[in-house]
Design a protein. Structure first.
Lengths: 232, 229
């Protein structure tokens, strides 16, 4: 009945049970944190105060410009340090989530800046005329409109972040790709009591990993395209 | 492999960077070797497939669309692993350098296909109609009307894709291709000079990426189509 070979069942179950939740949880943490940090930085960037603009621009260009793998390795290998009385040593999982957040928040900051600046100046003036202060103006008038325009690119960011969790493979986080790799080693070593897999195992395992990502990401990219179309 | 010795962050040692300049330069050359081959081929793939898609050539259009969706919706690292570990099963054994340029070509080609398709589709209909009115064949129309104008529209976004291709070469570390990140990571794990090595590494990458982004801004100003369009 089942067209898939017997050795593949425990492999696929392991990837689904261990890898997929790890990937999705990390992506969720990184996207939410990116959103919070990015929206704040992007809004601050629209203030006409040069030193602040330069500082945020530097943050954005550095974390956007570096390959994420470089950021991941850098944070992971940094020696432990003390902040006040706290001894800080990030785990592999935390390092990867932080690196993805730095990258993601840079993307969101840039998108927010663009979206905020695309809101007509009259909106600012009208809100000011109604007696809103700067914070009130941003929170109740500008950002709600700007965020609406940002929804399609934010769905795109989610897709990219889900895919980029695979980079955490490099420091041993058990995300989908790492889970696949571990199973690949298990079934080919024959040491784990699992049925020994034939030589085409890696083809099937990595194909399966790719398929999982496709199943998660494809509907999201379609959604982003649909939202983009509806917005214009 | 993954335990880290806790040690004090001592003062910044310039000499560590100085001593590893030669090794880093070697890594840079490997990065550029794979990156340039990948970018050139990705441009070719993108131009051809982008044209097929924009002109809705039957069957080929759908095949190109499937290729783009498949690549865009799976992580490039999984694609690299698939090429490196999966293909030998089919009797296709690729060495590390081949997987290096091939994987980033396949990935970059998909993104450039979208860039060029969008550029070609942004060419106003009346311009290509004017071409046909002059008696151009479809190929001539593409070569003399759609390509120059649409290519110009697409150029900045293709350079963005090229930047991503360069950044993605760092992932080749995981199949043992001795590019920049591989070299720097090796030195830092031998010397424990994490901060110094990653600073040097960041300077290399940011120099490449920032130069190309400056090029985009320059071209955007230079190639902006006249208002009449």
């Amino acid at each position: 009945m089942n067209p898939l070979p017997e050795w593949f069942r425990p492999v696929s179950e392991y990837i689904l049970r261990e890898g997929v939740p790890e990937t999705l949880r990390m992506a969720a943490i990184a996207v939410v944190a990116s959103l919070v940090i990015g929206v704040v930085l992007g809004t601050l960037m629209t203030i006409r105060f040069r030193p602040l603009q330069w500082l945020i621009r530097f943050y954005v260009e550095v974390w956007r410009g570096l390959p994420i793998l470089v950021t991941v390795l850098f944070i992971f290998w940094l020696p432990a340090f003390d902040v006040g009385r706290h001894h800080v040593q990030l785990s592999a999982y935390q390092s990867a989530a932080l690196a993805l957040t730095l990258w993601g928040s840079a993307q969101v900051a840039e998108a927010t800046r663009g979206a905020v600046q695309s809101i007509p100046k009259e909106q600012h003036e009208a809100a000011a005329a109604l007696g809103f202060g700067w914070v009130g103006r941003q929170t109740f008038v500008i950002l709600p409109q700007a965020l609406r325009r940002m929804v399609p690119p934010l769905v795109g960011l989610l897709v990219n972040t889900i895919q980029n969790t695979t980079i955490a493979f490099a420091i041993g986080v058990n995300e989908v790709l790492q889970a696949g790799q571990r199973q690949f080693e298990n079934v080919t070593s024959g040491l784990t009591g699992q049925p020994v897999a034939p030589s085409y195992a890696p083809f099937l395992i990595f194909g399966y990993v790719a398929l999982l990502f496709f199943i998660i990401c494809f509907p999201l990219t379609r959604l982003a395209a649909y939202l983009e179309k509806r917005l214009t | 492999m993954f335990d880290r010795s806790v040690h004090v962050l001592a003062s910044f040692e310039w000499s560590v960077i100085w001593d590893s300049q030669g090794a880093l330069w070697g890594g840079f050359k490997h990065t550029m070797k794979a990156g340039v081959v990948g970018i050139v081929l990705a441009y070719l793939v993108g131009l051809v497939l982008g044209a097929l898609r924009a002109h809705r050539i039957p069957i080929l259009n759908q095949l190109a669309a499937s290729y783009v969706e498949l690549i865009r919706n799976t992580p490039i690292l999984v694609q690299i692993f698939f090429l490196y570990y999966g293909l030998p099963v089919l009797g296709i054994h690729l060495d590390v350098f081949t997987v290096a340029w091939l994987s980033i070509t396949i990935w970059g080609g998909a993104f450039m296909t979208e860039n060029f398709r969008a550029g070609f589709e942004a060419v106003p209909q009346r311009l290509s109609e004017a071409g046909y009115a002059l008696g151009f064949t479809r190929l001539q129309e593409f070569l003399y009307v759609t390509l120059p104008i649409g290519g110009r529209i697409a150029l900045p976004s293709t350079i963005n894709s090229a930047i991503s291709v360069i950044k993605n070469t760092s992932l080749l570390l995981l199949i043992g291709y001795p590019e920049l990140t591989y070299v720097a990571n090796n030195i830092q794990s031998n010397t424990f000079r994490t901060f110094e090595m990653f600073t040097a590494l960041a300077v290399y990458y940011l120099a490449i990426v920032w130069t190309l982004s400056a090029l985009i801004r320059f071209l955007e100003r230079r190639l902006a189509l006249p208002e009449a369009f």
